[in-house]
Write a new protein. Structure first.
Length: 296
């Protein structure tokens, strides 16, 4: 069996375990390649029946237009139920003061909106597209990751997962985060996308975009992204290896405009995929701190 078949089978098994063990699961959807892969795997897991849970997108309002357009296209294509939780509405309803200045981002505020979405809809399991190879805090995760009644993650409170036995038992108020593609690598994802001919937003492929350079990274020029007067905006051929909020996602110089070239580029890359995530640069423990407060 091809190793991609083994990964696919494991993910399909996890999706089916979630459907069997939980009453009200949801698939967290960002519009990025990993969440798109999750949708495709979920379709395979339950075909010919529809996916038995909705998608939920935490919309910062600062997303790449290409990913929002693709999100709506995918929902319409597969007749999926989509729940959109607005960070903008969270800010307005709670009177939250946003970050300001050079590195301002709404990324941390996503956690508040995510927990609200979980509580309002009474979801008991949230399927996310995190992978262990992404970042060191991700590597600590189990496939079934328990969160307490405040949505918090405790690295010490991790259950053994021997012989693929997944324990979905939770107490009242607790929530399970589930990661069906934990054991996939970035290269696995791209090889599977190529094999299955999965459609993706155009930002993943080389294109011309207005950008500026800061701290050795390529920032997308946008009304949402603060740039100083001495930071010249130039047109550059770039693509994005990972896609999140525009304020915390850097581009890479690239001419890879098709899947074969992207895979070749990744095979020879000298930095990790998360090396292009500006939010991870805030501290060595940035991701772990976010997870401890409820981030997926």
């Amino acid at each position: 069996m091809n190793y991609l078949d083994e990964l696919e089978n494991e993910s399909v098994y996890i999706f089916r375990e979630v459907a069997a063990q939980f009453d009200n699961p949801v698939l967290l959807f960002s519009g990025g390649k990993d969440s798109i892969l999750m949708v495709e795997l979920a379709i395979k897991a339950f075909y010919p029946a529809p996916i038995p849970f909705p998608l939920m997108h935490i919309d910062t309002g600062h997303n790449f237009p290409e990913t929002i357009e693709f999100r709506d296209y995918l929902v319409d294509k597969y007749n999926l139920k989509l729940i959109v939780v607005s960070v903008e509405e969270t800010i307005n309803s709670k009177g939250i003061i946003e970050e300001s200045g050079k590195y301002a981002s709404r990324n941390n505020l996503q956690t508040i909106s995510l927990l609200e979405g979980i509580n309002d809809n009474k979801f008991d399991a949230c399927l996310g597209g995190a992978r262990r190879d992404e970042e060191k805090a991700r590597a600590k995760e189990r496939i079934f990751s328990v969160r307490d009644d405040f949505g918090q993650w405790d690295a010490k409170n991790q259950r053994p997962e021997l012989f693929d036995i997944l324990n979905g038992a939770i107490n009242q108020g607790e929530n399970m985060r589930v990661f069906p593609i934990s054991n996939w690598t970035e290269l696995d994802v791209w090889n599977y996308i190529r094999r299955e001919n999965i459609e993706l937003p155009s930002v993943y492929f080389a294109h011309k975009r207005n950008v500026f350079y800061r701290d050795g990274m390529i920032w997308p020029a946008s009304d949402f992204v603060f740039s100083e007067q001495d930071e010249s905006i130039v047109e550059q051929t770039v693509r994005f290896r990972t896609v999140g909020d525009m304020t915390c996602t850097a581009a890479v110089e690239s001419n890879a405009d098709n899947l074969d070239l992207i895979i070749t580029e990744i095979e020879s890359a000298l930095i990790s995929e998360r090396g292009a995530r500006i939010d991870d640069k805030r501290s060595e423990a940035a991701m772990e701190k976010r997870k401890e407060t409820g981030y997926f």
